[in-house]
Write a protein that binds this ligand. Structure first.
Ligand SMILES: NC(=O)C1=CN([C@@H]2O[C@H](COP(=O)(O)OP(=O)(O)OC[C@H]3O[C@@H](n4cnc5c(N)ncnc54)[C@H](OP(=O)(O)O)[C@@H]3O)[C@@H](O)[C@H]2O)C=CC1
Ligand SMILES: O=C1O[C@H](COP(=O)(O)O)[C@@H](O)[C@H](O)[C@H]1O
Length: 496
């Protein structure tokens, strides 16, 4: 593996080390990086939480998490190296005095990377604490978790709080979808292949579908999720980031500024959805009890801690339009939900039909070519083409068949391990490369558009439509496309 950015030792400080995200994702990802020999021998990982536990207790806790959440068995050699890097500091993150003792745990001579795996409401407290203990310097980097705020206004408050202490070049806003191999491959697919580069606009593309389906419900996170809903939890960040990578113009180079500038232009071109067009362009759903892979699951309002009155959406379908030259008249249909039949994320790009059908004997209407980008699982790229069925007949009559050119990542890259998104992003932060992180103006442009929809929903005062768990959402989502003579492509229905 070639590492372009600096690979220097750092003090990696994990605020909220005992939380769900740190335990399930961040610590196992750091361990995997160690296994791949991608953490500098002198780097230290300092977990921070409120509980007063000993160093030994912390190391034992990390080991337990890695054993529980890593996909592979613990490797004793890796663990010996990794555990030697671990340290723990008990800090009451809201209390500035608490940071004085913390200062003695970090080494001022090394780059400090602070990961805020805490609720955003305490990002400002952490910054103030670090400042009061005189720990902040120009080389420091901070990583902020999503969601940044609840709307544009609150995102500005959070960003302002952090900006008081850190420059934008020091701030790494995580959207873990940007660390997914297949999401990154969108850049390679588009800009390294002339067949796509030259056919990627309103002249050739009829419409685009982005589906991010999950079979899980809200996994014991009712309190958080009910405040957020699927719009803030998934669309404002992950789906819009995927959309920007599909729709952006070629950046001049792959550096952070050029990529982010192009993504921002897409976000600014999103046609507003407001009270005047919200009914035509959006569908909201909430799951009721049903079956996922044959197993009965409760409805959203029957989940533990649920408030029976909740009108939070767990499903969204949207028709999105971009007001720019490339995409004029090309709808992007976005769909995401909890408790759908399976976990599948994919992008389907439907090309325009041929202008004239020479094969009426075989197909009254020639199906369009389709490019499917399977983001997860079974990562890969697939092109649907029309092919002649082999036979003795000449041009008098040709039987055609829809066929697939299929690139499966697991078959093509047999010897490569597909790293978890967080592994990639943590490595990028440690190397100081901001390309895969979201800039403040992107977050704000995304919120500006999302806020319009949220306000229109609030104004309409309509409850989300119920859908049975284990189905593809409310029927209105089918109608969203059907009224334009289109249909969702459900390629992987029933796949485990
Ligand atoms: N969990 C997930 O899958 C995802 C989470 N996120 C985001 O990551 C962040 C962390 O989420 P998650 O791990 O689920 O949250 P948890 O509630 O599980 O953990 C939060 C951590 O923050 C600390 N903390 C919370 N409140 C305070 C406080 N007032 N003072 C000091 N410490 C505090 C807790 O410390 P202590 O242990 O001492 O109580 C805990 O370690 C959130 O912003 C969330 O939105 C984003 C994507 C996915
Ligand atoms: O950020 C989030 O993402 C997960 C889905 O991530 P994935 O990598 O498993 O596709 C989602 O379940 C969660 O609600 C949301 O906060």
């Amino acid at each position: 593996m070639v590492l372009e950015h600096s690979f220097e030792p750092c003090d990696f400080v994990l605020f909220g080390t005992k939380g769900d995200l740190a335990r399930r994702k961040l610590l196992p990802s750091l361990y995997q990086l160690e296994k791949a020999d991608l953490i500098h021998a002198d780097t230290r990982i300092i977990g921070v939480a409120r509980q007063d536990i000993s160093q030994e207790e912390y190391v034992a806790l990390v080991k337990e998490n890695i054993e529980k959440f890593s996909k592979e068995d613990l490797c004793s050699e890796t663990w010996t190296r990794f555990s030697a890097k671990l340290d723990y500091a008990c800090v009451d993150m809201k209390n500035v005095d608490s940071y004085k003792t913390f200062k003695t745990r970090v080494d001022a001579k090394r780059t400090m990377v602070c990961y805020f795996a805490t609720p955003p409401s305490i990002f400002g407290d952490i910054c103030r604490g670090l400042k009061s203990a005189k720990i902040i310097d120009k080389s420091m980097r901070v990583v902020l978790e999503k969601p940044i705020g609840h709307d544009l206004e609150s995102s500005k408050v959070i960003n302002d709080q952090v900006a008081e202490f850190f420059e934008e070049r020091q701030i790494y806003r995580i959207d873990h979808y940007l660390g997914k191999e297949t999401v990154l491959n969108l850049i390679a697919l588009r800009f390294a292949n002339s067949i796509f580069a030259t056919n990627w606009d309103h002249n050739c593309i009829d419409h685009v579908q982005i589906s991010v389906a999950e079979s899980v419900g809200i996994e014991g996170r009712w309190g958080y999720f009910d405040e957020a809903g699927q719009m803030r939890d998934m669309v404002q960040n992950h789906l819009l980031q995927i959309l920007t990578l599909i729709a952006m113009e070629p950046p001049a180079t792959l550096d952070a500024t050029n990529i982010r500038n192009e993504k921002l232009k897409v976000l600014k071109a999103l046609r507003p959805i407001d009270a005047s067009n919200v009914r035509q362009n959006t569908v909201r759903g909430q799951y009721v009890e049903g079956f996922i892979k044959g197993e009965e699951v409760p409805g959203y309002l029957d989940e533990p801690d649920a408030n029976q009155e909740s009108t939070t959406e767990t499903f969204i379908a949207l028709k999105v339009e971009l007001d720019n030259w490339r995409w004029a008249g090309v709808p992007f249909y976005l769909r995401t939900g909890k408790r759908l039949p399976n976990k599948t994320s994919e992008v389907n790009i439907f090309f325009k039909r041929q202008p004239h059908n020479l094969f009426k004997d075989s197909f009254t209407q020639l199906p369009p070519n389709k490019l499917t980008i399977r983001l997860q699982p079974d990562e890969g790229v697939e092109v649907t083409v029309m092919n002649k069925v082999p036979s003795l007949t000449g041009t008098g009559h040709m039987d055609l068949q829809k066929s697939k050119l299929n690139l499966s990542f697991s078959e093509t890259f047999k010897d490569e391990r597909i790293a978890d998104a967080y592994e990639k992003l943590l490595l990028e932060v440690m190397m100081g490369n901001q390309s895969l992180f979201v800039r403040r103006d992107e977050v704000e442009a995304a919120w500006t558009w999302v806020d319009g929809i949220l306000a229109a929903w609030e104004q309409s005062n309509e409850a989300p439509e119920p859908y049975q768990a284990g189905t593809w959402g409310p029927v209105s989502s089918i109608a969203l496309l059907a009224r334009e003579d289109r249909a969702w492509f459900e390629s992987r229905v029933g796949k485990k």
